[in-house]
Design a protein around this ligand. Structure first.
Ligand SMILES: Nc1ncnc2c1ncn2[C@@H]1O[C@H](COP(=O)(O)OP(=O)(O)OP(=O)(O)O)[C@@H](O)[C@H]1O
Length: 437
């Protein structure tokens, strides 16, 4: 036997019996490049024509009618032509293919065929995007990359107001960037992972020069652990109202500053004159909006809703950002919720209890995202679909942040909590009023 053949046989045997397992455990991406990807690429190339034909992705340039001896004959197209596609390129956990559509073709049948493609290529999932007209990207993942939380993503993201909260299924880091998407809505059923995501978000933002303001009408049970790093915490509706009204006053002050300086956003101000950005985190929005029906409570809830809407509408350019979390965001929470939701351009939907909630969270941004969110199972804690008004969606999993980690971060960065005098005063006045009442 030729030495080279012998060497190849030995490598193959070693791979088969031990080396393969070691590589798979230690370097899953290498394992995929060496053994999974070549097979999958051949499968894609070999099945493309047939899969395209079966899923109506092919077109025919031949007429389906012909005139034979004066008779119009109707028949099946003889040779459907599959769209041209690039050689499958490897990704760390799958492969990607660029498809050039035939003139007049749209990405819609490709979206509908995603499951069929995954099945034919024996992949976990195929995601379809269309970055430009006439082009479709098919990104196939070999196994669910979010099946376990995996290693923690690198922490403390450098850019201001950007939090690195977990992993995305395409292998990239899951970033929540408030400069790009100023306001976020986070929805999920109980035990789906909302609080964990909020904990990760706050832990990530804690080292940034930003003011964090909490509103947690469950008596501060969730956000109370961050109290040392929060510039203010409203733990019931009345306190929330005091905090929000102080923020609206601050927002007006910021508007004046910008108008005086002749700029349209605080980011255009010189750094030494720029007010500190504020991120307001509301945990369980329903507690803020639902009332017992008394006139006073109703008036408070309406006022809170109005303030939140104003901050959402005007806050982005003035450095005021909202993160609203809750189990649902339906119109049962009052008329203000729909208007507020429309202003929250970033969406995160964990497992939800009913299709309507997924639809309300993601449906206006991307229908497919809402369907995928409904398939998240109770075992997939921390898994969510994230989408933004910029278009596109992706599945992600937050990094598991324990209460101890969160407390530790809050204590470590407590001296970074800016003193927003308006807020503290508003809460003190409110405390005083409650004491005398
Ligand atoms: N990213 C994650 N990875 C692994 N486990 C997670 C993740 N996120 C959440 N979990 C697990 O799920 C449990 C519930 O999560 P969490 O408390 O965040 O849910 P929740 O939606 O806030 O529930 P509730 O509304 O009842 O407060 C956590 O105790 C944690 O063990």
């Amino acid at each position: 036997m030729e030495p080279i053949v012998l060497a190849l046989v030995l490598i193959l045997l070693a791979w088969r019996f031990r080396l393969g397992r070691i590589v798979r455990e230690r370097r899953p991406a290498w394992y995929w490049y060496l053994s999974g990807y070549p097979v999958a690429a051949v499968r894609v190339l070999a099945s493309w024509r047939k899969v395209s034909q079966l899923n109506d992705l092919s077109v025919t340039h031949k007429p389906t009618r012909a005139v034979l001896g004066g008779l119009a004959v109707k028949g099946e197209a003889l040779r459907p032509i599959a769209p041209r596609f690039s050689f499958p390129r490897p990704t760390p956990n799958g492969l990607s293919v660029v498809v050039r559509l035939h003139p007049g073709q749209t990405p819609v049948p490709f979206l509908a065929a995603a499951d069929a493609l995954a099945h034919a290529w024996r992949m976990f999932a195929v995601r379809v995007t269309s970055p430009e007209r006439g082009v479709v990207h098919l990104v196939a993942t070999a196994a669910d990359p979010l099946a376990n939380s995996g290693t923690a993503p690198p922490s403390a993201s450098a850019s201001l107001l950007t939090a690195l909260v977990g992993w995305l299924e395409n292998g990239q880091a899951w970033l929540m960037d408030f400069r790009r998407v100023p306001h976020w809505l986070i929805v999920g059923a109980t035990r789906s992972g909302k609080s964990t995501l909020l904990a990760r978000l706050i832990t990530e933002l804690a080292p940034h020069p930003v003011a964090l303001v909490g509103i947690d009408c469950k008596g501060g049970m969730e956000l109370g652990i961050f109290a040392p790093r929060l510039s203010a915490l409203g733990t019931n509706r009345r306190e929330a109202l005091a905090v929000l009204s102080a923020l609206v006053v601050d927002m007006q002050r910021r508007m004046h500053t910008c108008r005086f300086a002749g700029v349209r956003s605080i980011w255009d101000l010189p750094e030494d004159q720029r007010p500190i950005p504020v991120v307001v985190i509301v945990d369980e929005i329903a507690e803020l909006f639902l009332t017992s029906g008394s006139r006073e409570e109703k008036a408070e809830a309406e006022q809170c809703s109005t303030y939140l809407l104003r901050i959402a509408q005007l806050g982005a350019a003035l450095g005021l950002h909202l993160v609203i979390a809750g189990q649902r965001v339906g119109s049962d929470l009052g008329p203000g919720i729909t208007a507020l939701r429309a202003q929250l351009g970033g969406r995160v939907c964990h497992r939800v209890n009913d299709p309507g909630t997924a639809e309300m969270t993601l449906g206006d941004i991307n229908k497919d995202a809402a369907i995928v969110a409904q398939s998240i199972t109770p075992e997939e804690r921390g898994v969510a679909v994230t989408a933004s008004e910029e278009g596109g969606w992706v599945r992600g999993r937050s990094h598991l942040t324990t209460v101890a980690d969160a407390k530790d971060a809050a204590a470590r960065y407590a001296d970074m909590a800016p003193n927003l005098p308006g807020l503290r005063r508003a809460l003190e006045v409110n405390d005083g009023e409650e004491g005398t009442a």
